[in-house]
Design a protein around this ligand. Structure first.
Ligand SMILES: [Zn+2]
Ligand SMILES: [Zn+2]
Length: 249
């Protein structure tokens, strides 16, 4: 499996990091986790057409994680994408209301030329093509889900935005790549988010193989986040960069 970082930033605009988005390429499909504003542009830069995106998984409904869903629904109405396979969008309860509300504001988001299938998820496991998806509630908002994607080729876990919780450890247990919120440096913790040290402590308890720190607020600039994490985690540590690719093995 391959992970492409589409956005390692937050709602606060910075030049080199877009808000949250991740592309997962499995042996048989392309999945996108979160669609922050600008992520469609990053997909194009990663040379992936919207025709090729099989499914979207949203961790929660803060705008820095889902604003480009509207842009995607508008783009998919174009004749460019007519006849593409159905697009499956997954998220916690509230997804249907979000899409209905967006479509009330912008009637031109209603699907045309393709089928849009919305899935409101309860915590648990389901199958998505060649991928087993585990969704677990994560401490951030009442509708936050973390996702673990597993195929015979490897496993990747996504915290979404997260504060300390045991569910994160369960989600990342023995995972190949653990993509984890590390929003601010140690000593500047924000409510509802983790720091590099806290992310590393969860990764260590989970025995994850490789910790990928992400979702950096501007406060992170100039801080050595990797060294802070490596002090508490024995596996590999990466500080995510937009358009970087990583492999599960
Ligand atoms: Zn966020
Ligand atoms: Zn959030």
């Amino acid at each position: 499996m391959q992970l492409t970082i589409l956005g390692s930033g937050t709602a606060i605009p910075v030049a080199d990091r877009f808000p949250a988005g991740y592309l997962v390429t499995t042996p048989r499909q392309r999945l996108v986790v979160d669609l922050g504003p600008g992520v469609l542009r990053r997909l194009a830069q990663a040379d992936v057409s919207l025709r090729e995106v099989d499914a979207v998984l949203l961790t929660h409904y803060h705008t820095d994680h889902c604003a480009d869903l509207a842009a995607m629904l508008f783009a998919l109405r174009s004749p460019h994408f007519a006849g593409r396979p159905p697009l499956h969008v997954h998220g916690a309860p509230g997804l249907r209301r979000l899409v209905e509300t967006l479509t009330t504001a912008w009637p031109w988001l209603a699907p045309r030329g393709y089928e849009l299938v919305l899935h409101e998820l309860a915590p648990g496991e389901f199958t998505l093509g060649d991928t087993t998806v585990q969704a677990l509630p994560i401490r951030h908002t009442a509708q936050s889900l973390g996702y673990r994607l597993t195929t015979p080729a490897g496993s990747i876990a996504f915290s979404g935005d997260a504060d300390t919780c045991d569910e994160l450890v369960a989600l990342a247990a023995d995972v190949d790549l653990f993509v984890c919120d590390a929003a601010t440096p140690d000593g500047q913790k924000l409510d509802g988010h983790l720091t590099p040290t806290l992310a590393a402590e969860h990764a260590e308890r989970a025995r994850a193989r490789h910790l990928v720190l992400t979702h950096f607020y501007p406060e992170c600039l100039g801080h050595d986040l990797a060294t802070a994490a490596a002090a508490r985690f024995h596996g590999q540590v990466t500080v995510a960069r937009d358009l970087q690719t990583l492999r599960t093995r």
